[in-house]
Design a protein around this ligand. Structure first.
Ligand SMILES: Nc1ncnc2c1ncn2[C@@H]1O[C@H](COP(=O)(O)OP(=O)(O)OP(=O)(O)O)[C@@H](O)[C@H]1O
Length: 352
């Protein structure tokens, strides 16, 4: 286990014309599962490479516990001395090596006896429940077993820190679920500090205790995933961490008006965007009597799709083109007129 401390880390490329990281400060605690979420080009891989020691920060300092490992363009502790295990996007195994040889691979350049290598490989293989397939080649392994071998290879050096760079993006949906569960289970068992970077909030929700949201090289919010989901600092963060309806509203004395919808909230600023998540919207033909929900007005159903056992419904105010998406287990038809309710305490207001 290790505690990672980043102090004001910046990274520029092309003589300063590209700023990949801009003054990033964060502490990842001992044994914590920390996620970095960000869109493409935000600087996620750059941060990961700096933590791994494959790159150095242009300015700022990086500590592993109390040990300074990189500072202002200087590599102080090289990657091989950082006690890191990495899993990349592909989970790729060497096809011409057995599971045993794949797992042992990171140990081959270390001065280690054959017996010690065998002991270590067998130990990690037992933890991952693949000890019975160690003499199989990758093509003789199931997809799940291949993931376990790749993870075993990352863990065989007994790392203090496990780095995962978009590890699930190339897996199909079923494999992705099992890989997420596997990573979380193994991390809990070993207590290793874990850093995962991803553009997919589902990875973060499945794995991370805390998340840092990276936008254009800046860490704009750090918190528990559900905290960031409920109280995002900006529209952009809100949409990175989950689906959200964004509505440009006109501020009036009686609330915020969006077409024929009226949100009964009071706001100070006059240029705002309302954010409301699909699950915080309810469409009904009848009046809903529930204190948590407020009626914003009548709407017309525009599009109905079917997705994962639910109907995905797009609704607009009667007299304008704004759209709100929600999910319902009741079918509806395009053209239906419905009452639109929202959960009052879940309305998010962003100044623009
Ligand atoms: N070696 C490099 N030389 C020049 N620019 C670079 C280099 N590496 C990264 N960049 C730039 O730095 C920025 C951040 O890149 P990075 O790969 O860290 O983003 P990312 O969040 O990992 O993106 P993705 O999700 O697409 O992999 C991008 O604008 C990228 O083009």
């Amino acid at each position: 286990m290790v505690r990672i401390v980043a102090k004001g880390i910046s990274k520029v490329f092309k003589r300063g014309r590209v700023v990949a990281l801009d003054n990033v400060s964060v502490i990842i605690e001992n044994g914590e599962r920390f996620g970095i979420l960000g869109p493409s080009g935000a600087g996620k891989t750059t941060f990961m490479r700096i933590v791994a020691g494959l790159d150095v920060p242009s300015s700022g300092e990086l500590y592993f516990d109390d040990r300074l490992v990189a500072s202002n363009g200087r590599l102080i502790v090289p990657p091989e001395d950082r006690k890191i295990g990495m899993v990349f996007q592909t989970w790729a195994l060497y096809p011409n090596l057995t599971a045993f040889e794949n797992i042992a691979f990171p140990l081959t350049n270390m001065r280690m006896s054959k017996d010690e290598i065998r002991r270590r490989v067998e130990e990690v293989a037992k933890i991952l429940d693949i000890h019975h397939v160690l003499n199989h080649y990758p093509r003789e392994l199931s997809g799940g077993q291949q993931q376990r071998v790749a993870l075993a290879r990352a863990l065989v050096k007994d790392p203090s820190l496990l780095l995962l760079d978009e590890p699930f993006s190339n897996l199909d949906a079923r494999m992705r679920d099992s890989a997420r569960a596997l990573v979380k289970e193994v991390q809990s068992r070993l207590g290793v500090t874990l850093l995962i970077v991803s553009h997919d909030p589902a990875d973060i929700f499945a794995i991370a205790d805390r998340v840092g949201v990276l936008v254009k090289g800046r860490l704009v919010q750090v918190g528990r995933p559900e905290e960031v989901y409920e109280k995002p600092v900006s529209v952009q963060v809100a949409s990175l961490i989950g689906e959200i309806n964004e509505l440009e509203g006109k501020v009036t004395n009686e609330g915020v008006v969006v077409g024929s919808f009226k949100f009964p909230i009071s706001v100070q600023s006059d240029k705002i965007v309302i954010g409301i998540r699909p699950e915080d919207v309810k469409l009904s033909r009848d009046v809903v009597r529930d204190d948590g929900w407020v009626l914003v007005g009548k709407g017309r159903v525009k599009v109905v799709g079917y997705q994962g056992g639910l109907f995905r419904i797009t609704v607009s105010p009667l007299n304008s083109e704004e759209e709100i998406v929600t999910y319902s287990d009741h079918p509806m038809s395009a053209g239906d007129e419905v009452l639109v309710y929202v959960r009052k305490d879940k309305i998010k207001i962003f100044e623009v």
